[in-house]
Design a protein around this ligand. Structure first.
Ligand SMILES: [Zn+2]
Ligand SMILES: [Zn+2]
Length: 290
């Protein structure tokens, strides 16, 4: 497997126009300190654990913070350290809010929830995947090409069971413990996928509804080049809904965009890329017939 951008045979072979370099509008992610999260607003930071981001809502040193998503399996310690660095030692969050329940967003969730005894909020349609009753449909190995999607069949699919702590995120309502933030339903990648939106500073936490690295390719997962893409192809079952969701997010005209995979982006260049992705979603993001 040489050449990180190589696509699987039979996958889309045209150069995809979604790979818009956004270097000038990306926010540096290399803080030089493994324990630190990257602050993108006075009360918002994020941290990359392995291939996926978690976000921290709340001001440094103040209690009442919220963890958004819970990383890969095995990332609990990294999340503890980043939380301690930002909010102080042994300051549990008021809540954990989930964009969706894929394994790379709930990996540390059972451990964190048990340690913190903190409520977990997710959309009603994600609950079956979080209370042990249902597994997500199998990924489409090879979709989108690249080594990550070829390995997708090996990803764990057994649902976690955090029913004990599970609470409801209501569509278009305020996010619990996050004043000023609204729950935007963005289904497609999963049935109950949500994004979080704060009108005041036009900050958007998009989960995997759109992402800022090409997740299918191990190369750009590692390089974290700033770009904008549709949701990870091997894991998205409803492309019409995913398109509508991307369009909904583009119409918000965010100033700051935090995604599940890839660096935070901000500004006009990001908005243009998001609009282009939304407009030409079927050509850019949707996998070819296979
Ligand atoms: Zn996902
Ligand atoms: Zn993801």
């Amino acid at each position: 497997m040489r050449g990180g951008n190589a696509r699987a045979a039979g996958a889309v072979t045209t150069r995809m126009p979604e790979q818009i370099p956004l270097a000038s509008s990306s926010i540096a992610t290399d803080s030089g300190d493994m324990d630190r999260s990257e602050e993108v607003a006075p009360d918002l930071a994020y941290k990359k654990t392995a291939i996926v981001n978690v976000a921290f809502y709340g001001r440094p040193g103040e209690p009442g913070w919220v963890l958004i998503d819970a990383g890969m399996p095995g990332s609990a310690d990294a999340i503890y350290r980043a939380a301690a660095e930002r909010f102080g030692e042994n300051v549990p969050p008021s809540a954990i809010v989930l964009t969706h329940g894929h394994f790379d967003h709930v990996g540390a969730l059972p451990e964190l929830a048990a340690e913190w005894e903190t409520p977990i909020y997710a959309h009603r349609q994600e609950h079956p995947y979080l209370n042990g009753t249902r597994a997500y449909p199998p990924p489409r190995p090879g979709a989108g090409g690249g080594v990550m999607s070829r390995l997708a069949g090996l990803y764990p699919r057994q649902p976690v069971n955090v029913a004990r702590w599970l609470g409801l995120l209501s569509e278009n309502a305020e996010v619990p413990f996050m004043p000023g933030w609204r729950v935007i339903p963005t289904p497609g990648h999963t049935p109950g996928h949500v994004s979080l939106w704060r009108e005041a500073d036009r900050a958007l936490i998009a989960g995997d509804a759109v992402i800022s690295t090409r997740q299918e390719s191990a190369y750009s997962v590692l390089a974290q080049k700033p770009e904008l893409h549709g949701p990870p192809q091997y894991y998205t079952p409803d492309w019409n809904a995913a398109r509508d969701s991307a369009r909904k997010l583009a119409a918000l005209e965010p100033e700051l965009l935090l995604t599940g995979h890839g660096p935070a982006l901000r500004g006009a260049e990001m908005r243009e890329a998001l609009k282009l992705l939304a407009r030409d979603f079927d050509q850019i993001a949707r996998p070819g017939k296979s």
